[in-house]
Design a binder for this molecule. Structure first.
Ligand code: UDP
Ligand code: MG
Length: 339
């Protein structure tokens, strides 16, 4: 399962550009023109994978025309709108390249930067992240909520998700293969990109305004994406619930003991109150405890069902004792990766 070493002559490598498209008829031809010029200049074999994410405008027809006129183009038409995260996953599945670049269709990510990204990849980086230099043109509310979200995710999440980095990035073949092994259904791509690791370089760029059309993200979709990010990469909310349960239950048992002792020593001034109180507190407390225990198991089941690889190996140094055969591939998480 060792991936082939990267060939060094530029023509021998292939580059895939993955572009999710949802109702982008106004900007598509401009995008393809700019991208083609860039790809012609790179001098390597390239393919462009467009994913039509169930567009309701002329995008699908335009993509079909592009596929007919440009042999570099592969178009995947999804059966309906699945959302950007899944569209990107589909495109990555179909990309053949030694290096794969993910690009938005609205020309907010300048294709001219692909050359620079390839340079970093040739220098050994597996992931080249493109970081927005500024978030101009965004509302104060969006900037603040986004900053809170990243701070929270950094505190409670499993992986560090870089700020101001979108899906515009380059990934090496082995990074793509690693990503494809993450088969979870709820796909928070930014989290998965960060989860796979591997040598990563970050470049800064000026994000342009949308070429045409409008953003498909509203606050409701962003809120749901944020929830997806937190619940896919953290079991903290479940754990918080179980600790709250534990503390409330302990308090309930404590208070119940107090009511009991008080009644035993001084008698019950309100007949029935101590016994009633004790029963209510005991039942409430045990229920919360039981919920907490269920929460802990649920958190573990949740981690298991994601079926992520246990680990990914970036490289192996040395040969080990030569009388033993090659590194055993016992664990399905093993991705062998000589460069
Ligand atoms: N997109 C998609 N499916 C969707 C929504 C968006 O494939 O359901 C694509 C869209 O066509 C664009 C990219 O995802 O190429 C980014 O979308 P958008 O520009 O609306 O997001 P923003 O730049 O505002 O984050
Ligand atoms: Mg955009």
């Amino acid at each position: 399962m060792f991936s082939a070493p990267q060939p060094s002559s530029p023509a021998a490598i292939t580059l895939s550009v993955v572009i999710p498209v949802y109702n982008e008829e106004e900007g598509l031809s401009a995008l393809h023109q700019r991208l083609s010029t860039v790809l012609d200049g790179l001098g390597c074999t390239a393919e462009v994978v467009y994913i039509d994410d169930g567009s309701r405008d002329r995008s699908a027809a335009m993509l079909r025309e592009l596929a007919a006129s440009d042999p570099r183009v592969l178009v995947l038409g999804l059966s309906r709108n699945f959302g950007k995260e899944i569209a990107v996953s589909a495109g990555i599945d179909y990309a053949h390249g030694d290096a794969v670049v993910v690009l938005d269709a609205d020309l907010q990510d300048p294709p001219e930067l692909i050359g620079k990204m390839l340079e970093q990849w040739r220098a050994g980086a597996d992931c080249v992240l493109m970081k927005r230099a500024s978030r101009e043109g965004e509302t104060w509310l969006k900037k603040t909520t986004s900053s809170w979200f990243y701070r929270l995710l950094r505190k409670i999440g499993d992986v560090e998700i870089p700020r101001d980095v979108g899906d515009f990035r380059l990934m090496s073949r082995r990074a793509v293969d690693a990503l494809r092994r993450c088969q979870e259904r709820t796909r928070y791509m930014k989290g998965l990109f960060a989860w796979i690791g591997f040598p990563t370089v970050t470049l800064t760029y000026e994000r342009d305004a949308r070429h045409a059309g409008t953003s498909k993200w509203n606050y409701w979709r962003l809120w749901n994406l944020a929830l997806e990010g937190i619940t896919s990469f953290s079991t903290a909310p479940l754990k918080i619930a179980s600790y709250i349960g534990l503390f409330v239950a302990l308090g309930a048992f404590g208070y119940s003991a107090y009511v009991f002792v008080k009644a035993a020593l001084w008698g019950d001034s309100v007949p029935g109150y101590p016994s009633l109180m004790m029963v209510v507190l005991f039942l409430g407390g045990t229920q919360l405890l039981a919920l907490g225990i269920i929460g802990e198991y649920l958190a573990r089941i949740f981690v298991e069902v994601k079926q992520r690889p246990l680990y990914l190996v970036a490289d192996v140094q040395g040969q080990g004792p030569t009388h033993l055969s090659a590194v055993p591939q016992a664990n399905p998480g093993y991705v062998a990766v000589a460069r």
